[in-house]
Design a protein around this ligand. Sequence first.
Ligand SMILES: [Mg+2]
Length: 171
Amino acid sequence: MTQLNRLLRPSLVLQGTVLDLTPELLNHHGLRGLILDVDDTLLSTYSGNLSAEVHQWIDSLRPHTQIWLVSNNINRPRIAKIGRALDLPYLWGAGKPSRRKLRQAAEEMALPSAQLGMVGDRLFTDVIAGNRLGMFTVLVEPMVNPQERPRKHRLRSFEIWLSRLMGAFRP
Ligand SMILES: [Mg+2]
């Protein structure tokens, strides 16, 4: 297997959104820390409002795991607002697949990579970044707000198509 194939392979592919990541799953995989992508993972890129379900989900995980938000978005006020709303530490402008800010979050959590889950909706940013650091990587379906028209998520689909072609992605 080539190096890129290895980096493109999520440890776990969830057939649902991030809300399907349960405390039982974290426990099963020995995860004690989570790094969450923000846009299209917790809420639509085009929405400023977190759903009540996401608030409840975060609260259900809090007793079991440390959680950091690490976003590629360079809109600091947006990510800060979401971090404050969820009462979670956050980093913005991460430039994933760069490892820099993931490493920073991992150091703050003081956990080995094997106990850290990197959770996001994109293969070429979230999954590659987490895999580069030996984290447990989880690919989720994009979060779509109910009032929003269905989107095609073309770039995400293209990444999955390409990695299938390369033999990396076999859910
Ligand atoms: Mg995303």
